[in-house]
Design a protein around this ligand. Structure first.
Ligand code: IPE
Ligand code: IPE
Ligand code: MG
Length: 256
């Protein structure tokens, strides 16, 4: 066996056992950098560099949607220099990665608000959305200036306005009425939610959409999260038994 095969065993999960939608909380850039005596901004730069392999691998595996949490509405509270650096990095990332998206038939979209984002970030977001809009492969959704509570509040307001204007009846409001007014409209709910850097929390991410997602926490900080780590998460997911509130094996232990 080749050394590379020992390090990265061949991927052996059947397509039916792969998640249709993977959501990732890319955390730990700061800690990763700090551990090597480097600045937090260096950690963000290396974090951005780690994104390409994961995106490409998901697209090639046939995953339908990949949702990456890159900046929360709460992250505006960080030091201004860090926020400015991140905004410049999004511009750089979008320009550099458009070709990868085109090469892999990826459709790009943003999850989050435009409000407060610098003009150059908005311009590159829009350009990337336009350039990839006719692609038919994986959807890459970048959660940038995203907050789940704000997203749900927006959906509730939109519904309330339609009820007030007589366009929508209260009795016609369904769970779908909420889903279709979220940034994720049209995407399947995440099947697998991965968080890196060991934290066991959601941090205001996709609260509505992850109702039945399987949660996988990796100790690895985001800049170190590579294809081998992704495969490990996918193996763990394939071994989970999803129940959605049912008792699938009730005949086995129903002895009465
Ligand atoms: C995630 O890494 C990136 C963003 C939130 C922008 P962090 O910057 O949160 O890294 P830690 O959690 O401080 O290590
Ligand atoms: C969540 O990470 C947001 C992103 C990864 C973009 P944070 O680092 O902001 O979350 P907390 O502060 O640890 O909850
Ligand atoms: Mg963090």
């Amino acid at each position: 066996m080749l050394q590379s095969e020992l390090q990265h065993p061949p991927f052996d999960i059947e397509p039916a056992k792969l998640p249709a939608h993977i959501a990732i909380i890319m955390d730990g850039n700061g800690r990763w950098a700090q551990a090597q005596g480097k600045s937090r901004t260096y950690g963000h730069r290396m974090g951005a560099a780690a994104v390409r392999d994961i995106v490409t691998e998901c697209a090639q595996l046939g995953v339908k949607a990949l949702t990456l949490y890159s900046f929360s509405t709460e992250n505006w509270a960080r030091e201004q220099t860090e926020v400015n650096f991140l905004m410049d990095l999004y511009v750089e990332y979008l320009i550099a990665e458009r070709q990868t998206m085109l090469d892999n038939n990826i459709q790009f979209r943003q999850l989050g608000s435009a409000e407060g984002l610098p003009d150059d970030v908005l311009a590159e977001l829009n350009k990337t959305i336009e350039m990839t809009c006719s692609n038919t492969g994986m959807t890459l959704a970048l959660a940038l200036n995203y907050g789940s509570r704000a997203e749900i509040t927006g959906a509730v307001k939109a519904i309330a306005e339609q009820v007030a204007s007589g366009e929508l009846k209260v009795e016609d409001i369904t769970e779908n009425s909420i889903s279709e007014r979220l940034y994720t409209a049209g995407l399947p709910d995440p099947d697998l939610l991965i968080r890196t850097a060991g934290e066991m929390r959601i941090s205001n991410y996709l609260l509505w959409q992850i109702s039945y997602a399987e949660f996988y926490v990796s100790e690895c900080c985001w800049p170190d999260f590579d294809v081998a780590q992704l495969h490990e998460a996918l193996r763990a997911y394939a071994a989970r038994k999803r129940k959605f509130g049912c008792v699938p094996d009730h005949s086995v232990d129903d002895q009465s």
